[in-house]
Design a protein around this ligand. Structure first.
Ligand code: GDP
Length: 264
C-alpha cells in the first residue's frame, strides 16, 4: 500500500497543472516576465520553481483572501491550500492561434487570464492596434470556446483581467482610458476582420459563409461599438485594473492580486 500512497503523494506534489492556473498573455514587452518574477519573489518559502521555464507556482501574497476561503483563517490548512496558484507565461510574439488551441480549447485548470498591457505603448496608434488585435483574437477564441461547447450547461467561465501596466510612466494612459481606447480599437479590428471574412467568402462562393461571418464576429451583432461587457454573454467577465510591476516608487500590483484573490 505504501508505495501507492507515496506515488499518489508525489504525483500530487509534482503536478502543478492541478493548481488553479492563470495565463499571462499580452504583447511582447508589456511586462509579463517582470510580473512573473515579482510573483515568484513575493511568494513564501514553500514556493518552488517548476522545471518548465515559463510557469511558476506562486502563493497569493499575505493580506489577500482567496474567495473560497473567506470564512477560514490564515494558517488553516484549507486556507493555505487555497492560496496556491500557477502562473503560466506565454510568449508575446508567438501567434495566438498556437496558444489558443493548446490552452483555451482545453483549459481544464485555467481559472483566469491576465492580459498584460503596456499602458504607455497603447497611447500611440501602433501600440494600440497591436494590443487590440491580440486582445480581439484572444477574446474571440474564448467566445468560440463558449458558443462551440457541446454541453447544455455551457463551459466553465473564464474571467479576464486587463492589467494596465507601467502606470509609473508619465506617458501611460490611466486605466479608464486604456479601457475605452481598447474597446474602440477592437471595434475597428472587428470591422476589418469581418470584411476579410466576407471578401474571402465571396471569392470562395461557399455555402457556409453566413455561418462563418457570425462565428468570427466578436461580441454583440449590429451596428454598435464593441464593449467588454458584451463578453459576459459568453461566460467571460472583463475587468481593467491599473498597476506597475516596476518603477522608481516600487511596484504596485495590489488591484491585480485582489482580482486573482476573487477567482481563487
Ligand atoms: P514581456 O515581454 O511581456 O515579458 O515584458 P518584460 O517583463 O520583459 O518587460 C518589458 C520591459 O518593460 C522591461 O524592460 C521591463 O523592465 C519593463 N517594465 C515592465 N514592467 C514595468 C513597469 O511597471 N514600469 C516600467 N517603467 N517598466 C516596466
Amino acid at each position: 500500500l505504501l508505495p501507492i500512497a507515496l506515488h499518489q503523494f508525489i504525483y500530487r506534489v509534482q503536478t502543478p497543472t492541478a493548481l488553479p492556473t492563470f495565463l499571462l498573455i499580452g504583447p511582447s514587452g508589456s511586462g509579463k516576465t517582470a510580473f512573473l518574477t515579482l510573483a515568484e519573489r513575493r511568494a513564501a518559502a514553500q514556493t518552488h520553481t517548476s522545471t518548465a521555464p515559463l510557469s511558476i507556482e506562486a502563493l497569493l501574497p499575505d493580506g489577500y483572501v482567496p474567495n473560497s476561503a473567506h470564512y477560514r483563517s490564515p494558517g488553516d490548512p484549507a486556507y493555505e491550500r487555497a492560496r496556491r496558484l500557477l502562473l503560466l507565461d506565454t510568449p508575446g510574439h508567438g501567434k495566438l492561434r498556437h496558444f489558443a488551441t493548446a490552452q483555451l480549447v482545453n483549459p481544464t485548470h485555467v481559472r483566469g487570464i491576465i492580459f498584460v498591457v503596456d499602458a504607455a505603448s497603447v497611447a500611440d496608434e501602433a501600440g494600440l492596434d497591436e494590443t487590440a488585435e491580440y486582445l480581439h483574437d484572444m477574446l474571440l477564441a474564448l467566445q468560440k470556446r463558449y458558443t462551440g461547447a457541446k454541453t447544455s450547461k455551457g463551459p466553465k467561465e473564464i474571467p479576464v483581467l486587463i492589467a494596465a501596466n507601467k502606470l509609473d510612466l508619465f506617458t501611460a494612459l490611466p486605466p479608464h482610458l486604456v479601457k475605452i481606447s481598447l474597446e474602440k480599437a477592437i471595434s475597428e479590428v472587428r470591422k476589418s476582420r469581418a470584411k476579410g471574412v466576407k471578401d474571402s467568402g465571396v471569392a470562395m462562393g461557399g455555402e457556409e459563409d453566413a455561418v462563418d461571418e457570425e462565428n468570427e464576429w466578436l461580441g454583440e451583432g449590429g451596428e454598435g461599438a464593441f464593449e467588454f461587457r458584451q463578453m459576459e454573454e459568453v461566460g467571460t467577465s472583463v475587468a481593467v485594473q491599473g498597476g506597475n510591476v516596476l518603477g522608481g516608487e516600487g511596484s504596485d500590483v495590489k488591484s491585480w492580486w485582489e482580482w486573482v484573490a476573487e477567482q481563487l
